[in-house]
Every structure is written in structure tokens, then in C-alpha cells.
Design a protein around this ligand. Structure first.
Ligand code: XUL
Length: 508
């Protein structure tokens, strides 16, 4: 039995995926912050805040969730003593601020007590900003004023509100004493890796690229940008290393759950780089599409280049080279809004395929949108919504969302022949049909729903066994459903794409 464990620390909970690379089996376990840890008052994984632009989480909740996940795994009878390697995935961009006592506290963890009790005194900032935070427009403007296009050219993204660099800058300005007390700043991913290893762990290139601090040409922190971002920041950042690096070995603290001494741990990465691996799309020509609260479209890049419009991002590809990521905030968020507005069940919503071939379009900005950047929420209808049937309205929404993805992935210069979909909305056959026809690509699903956790487990297996990603893909990422594009739909969608582009330009 050769087992590898992937842990996915996401916005709403922590999940694990345990894979057996001899039998090709997987098994999952989960902790949900809202349901399982209600004492943290974060039903959706973040703390309520009167400022809608501020989104923070309590890092102590993440520690409690990790202890609870391992307790559940042990109670389920999972043979954790046979785990030959661990890695993980963190929601991207979130930061954790730790004082000088962190290293010592990690090295002297007492098995008889929980993680929160022992590590809580180490947080120099009690609340961690997460990827949903948009409160750093001022800091982004300051970075833009200082560096102009250089930020995008070297870090792969323009200064973005949710990215870690602008967040760190804001903290250093607003709470200089707490910032000065901070000895090390981790990403969610490297924070968890540190706790597992009992020593401060490195950040990987996949997640490090989501900070606006990493120079993707040199794969080193860009000291000029780092120096401007916050005083003394270079000394507070962990090293940044390849995603195929070992982070360390499991801290003796976790042996109480049944793990073998010295179980190796690979560096963790961000959820999107992990999903690229978990969906089996780490090679070029095949994209991943995660249809969640927001929709993310990602794929391997043949070479490093950036989006001239500044909406897309470039991260490290854990399998080597780079990957693109384009985030559309109004994903299931918009689908749910329209579904409830029209009072439709999921089945009725999915019956959209039967709607007539009208070419209705809309800009689905129910919330402020990241791609394209739209700060003021407000959906725009290119047809008379009052006169359209419910099915026509649903079809207009879904087709517009996917046309926007095709439009804003154009900078990649890639013809995607296959798109692997994941996330709740990937269950909708109607939506998969539209994706296949708009992109004229084969749309596939795989059996494991938690692609980030699976990707982390596959990364651990790749590093600590001799298996290549190709071998592992064949075993764990085979397509379970395939939808071929209808060539007859091409002309209609080419025409609609031109109309969508025009509508977006007019409404900018
Ligand atoms: C990507 C992004 C989100 C988070 C949370 O840039 O902000 O996808 O990684 O999942």
C-alpha cells in the first residue's frame, strides 16, 4: 500500500484526499468551518465586517480545523501510518502574520494540548486577510504610481486588491506596531506547511506568484518591489522555492494521529495550481475551468507572457513552467441570483437547452467583477428582460458568461481542444454543452470533486515516489464524462462573441 495525503485548506473548510497509488483509490474527509466550528462566528469561512470590502478570517480557526480533520481521519480508521508523503493546497493570496516566538512554539508542540492553545500567542495579527478582501485600492494605486507597468511585467499580474503585497502594505501602514512585531509572513499554504513540519516552511512558485512580490523572470522575490511594499519586508518573507521541493518532515506532534515518524512533507501550493494538477491539465492545449462561487479558467502556458488588459494572472505551474488564471467573480454567484430571481428549481434551470436560439446577451455584474474590472455592481441587459421567457433569460446568462471567458482568455493565444470542468455548476449538462460549443472544445469531467486536494496528493506522490504526473493522471484523472462540441454552433457563437465584445466596450 502506498498512500499519499493531500490537504485542501479552502475558504469554507478543510478537506483531505487520501490516494493509494497502487490501487488507484481515493477517499475524502472534510471539516466545514461554519458547521463544525460555529464558535468562530464564520459561517462562510470569514468574519462579518461592517466594511463590505474587508474579508478576514481567524487563523486560529484554521488550526482547530486541522486538529479536527486529523481526529476524524484517525477515527475513520484511515491507515495514516502508511502515508508516505503529504502536501497541501491553500486558498490563494491570504496572509498569516507571526511573531518571533513562532519557530520556538512549533519546535516544542506538546502532544497533550491542541494547536490553537499553543500557537495562538504567535499571531502578531489576529485576523488574516483572505482573497475576497478588496480593501487595498489605495495601496494598489501607490504601487502603480511607483512602478507602473513593471509590476505586471515582472510579477505576472498588475497590483490587485486581493493579492498579498498590497495587503501587507496596508497592514504595515495601518498597524505599524503589530507589523514591526511580525517576524515572518506566510501565505495560507506555507503557514499550514510550517505547522505540519514544525518549522517555518518555504512558499512555492505557484502560490508565491499571487503576491505581487515574486519576479517571474528570476523566480526570486523582487527586492525593489518588496522594499517599496513595506519596511523590512524582505527579512519577513520565507524563501520561495520550486513546487517540487520538500518542505520538511512531519512534526512529532502529529504522530498522535497515527502518522509514522518523519513522514515527508512537500511544499504546499495555492488551490488553483493544485487544481491544475488534480484535473490533469498541467500540459498546454487543455484548460481547467472551476465553476464555483466565482469561476476560474486556467491552463498551462507555453511561455511566460502577461495579459495586456491586466485581468489575467500568471502563476507557477507545479509541473514546471507557468500557468494562467482568469477569475470571474460572477460565477455561481450570478447563476444563483438569476435562478432565485426567476424562482426556478435546479432542474428547471438546467432545462435551458430547450430555449430558442435567440442571441440575447447580458453583462452579469451582479457583484463587482474582476474580469473585466467593474467596481460598481449592476447587471446590464442587451434585451428586454421583462419580455423574455425564463429559459431565454437563463440561456442569455450562461452563454454570456462563457462568451466572456472565451473573450478574456484570448490573450493566451491558445486553442483549447479540451476543457476539464469541476465545481458545483459543472454538474449542469446544459452549461457543459454551452462551454463545448462556445469554445469548440471537448468538455470533460473527472470523478474526484476536490481537484485541489487531489492535486496536492498527486504532487506529494510525484515527489516522494518515482511516479510521473502522466502515470498519476492516467490513474486518477481519467475523464468520466465527455461532451463533444457541435461544429454547427460555431458560426452562431463567433457572431455572438463579436456582439458581446462590443457590448462590453460600450458599457466600460
Ligand atoms: C485566485 C483567487 C481564488 C482563490 C480562492 O486568484 O483569488 O481562486 O484562490 O479560491
Amino acid at each position: 500500500m502506498a498512500l499519499y495525503l493531500g490537504i485542501d485548506a479552502s475558504t469554507q473548510g478543510i478537506k483531505s484526499e487520501l490516494i493509494d497509488i497502487e490501487r488507484g483509490t481515493t477517499s475524502g474527509c472534510a471539516v466545514n468551518f461554519g458547521r463544525d466550528l460555529p464558535q468562530y462566528g464564520s459561517p462562510d469561512g470569514f468574519l462579518p465586517n461592517p466594511d463590505p470590502l474587508v474579508r478576514e478570517s481567524d487563523p486560529a480557526m484554521w488550526l482547530d480545523a486541522l486538529d479536527l480533520l486529523f481526529t476524524r481521519l484517525k477515527e475513520s480508521g484511515a491507515p495514516l501510518e502508511k502515508v508516505a508523503g503529504i502536501s497541501g493546497s491553500g486558498q490563494q493570496h491570504g496572509t498569516v502574520y507571526l511573531n518571533a516566538g513562532f519557530g520556538r512554539a512549533l519546535r516544542s508542540l506538546d502532544l497533550g494540548r491542541g494547536l490553537v492553545e499553543q500557537l495562538n500567542p504567535c499571531f502578531s495579527r489576529k485576523r488574516s486577510p483572505i482573497w475576497m478582501d478588496r480593501s487595498t485600492r489605495v495601496e494598489c494605486d501607490e504601487l502603480d504610481a511607483r512602478f507602473g507597468g513593471r509590476i505586471r511585467a515582472v510579477t505576472g499580474s498588475p497590483a490587485i486588491e486581493r493579492f498579498s503585497g498590497p495587503q501587507i502594505r496596508k497592514f504595515s501602514k495601518e498597524q505599524p506596531a503589530a507589523y514591526a512585531e511580525t517576524a515572518v509572513i506566510h501565505l495560507v499554504s506555507s503557514f499550514f506547511a510550517s505547522v505540519l513540519c514544525g518549522e517555518s516552511a518555504a512558499i512555492d512558485h505557484g502560490d508565491g506568484a499571487g503576491m505581487n512580490l515574486l519576479n517571474l523572470n528570476t523566480l526570486q522575490w523582487d527586492l525593489e518591489i518588496v522594499g517599496f511594499t513595506a519596511p523590512g519586508l524582505a527579512a519577513k518573507l520565507p524563501p520561495c522555492v520550486s513546487s517540487t521541493s520538500k518542505a520538511g518532515t512531519l512534526s512529532p506532534y502529529f504522530e498522535k494521529y497515527g502518522f509514522a515518524p518523519n513522514t515527508p512533507v512537500a511544499v504546499w501550493s495555492g488551490d488553483n495550481p493544485n487544481s491544475l494538477i488534480g484535473l490533469g491539465v498541467s500540459g498546454p492545449g487543455c484548460a481547467g475551468l472551476s465553476l464555483g462561487t466565482s469561476d476560474t479558467f486556467f491552463g498551462a502556458m507555453r511561455e511566460f507572457h502577461t495579459d495586456p488588459d491586466g485581468f489575467g494572472h500568471v502563476f507557477g505551474n507545479p509541473a514546471g513552467g507557468f500557468m494562467s488564471l482568469i477569475c470571474f467573480t460572477n460565477g455561481s454567484l450570478a447563476r444563483e441570483k438569476v435562478r432565485s430571481e426567476l424562482d426556478l428549481s435546479y432542474e428547471e434551470f438546467d432545462a435551458v437547452g430547450e430555449a430558442p436560439d435567440t442571441e440575447f446577451l447580458m453583462l452579469p455584474y451582479f457583484e463587482a467583477e474582476s474580469t473585466p474590472a467593474v467596481l460598481k455592481p449592476g447587471a446590464v441587459y442587451g434585451f428586454d428582460a421583462g419580455k423574455a421567457s425564463k429559459q431565454e433569460r437563463v440561456r442569455a446568462l450562461l452563454e454570456s458568461q462563457i462568451l466572456s471567458m472565451r473573450l478574456h482568455s484570448g490573450w493566451l493565444g491558445e486553442t483549447f481542444t479540451r476543457i476539464r470542468v469541476t465545481g458545483g455548476a459543472s454538474k449542469s449538462a446544459a452549461l457543459r454543452r454551452i462551454i463545448a460549443d462556445v469554445f469548440q472544445a471537448r468538455v470533460e469531467t473527472i470523478s474526484v470533486g476536490n481537484s485541489a486536494g487531489l492535486g496536492a496528493a498527486l504532487r506529494a506522490a510525484n515527489l516522494f515516489s518515482s511516479r510521473s504526473f502522466d502515470d498519476l493522471d492516467a490513474m486518477f484523472c481519467a475523464a468520466t464524462s465527455v461532451m463533444e462540441p457541435d461544429p454547427a454552433a460555431k458560426a452562431r457563437y463567433d457572431r455572438m462573441l463579436a456582439a458581446y465584445r462590443k457590448m462590453e466596450q460600450i458599457n466600460r
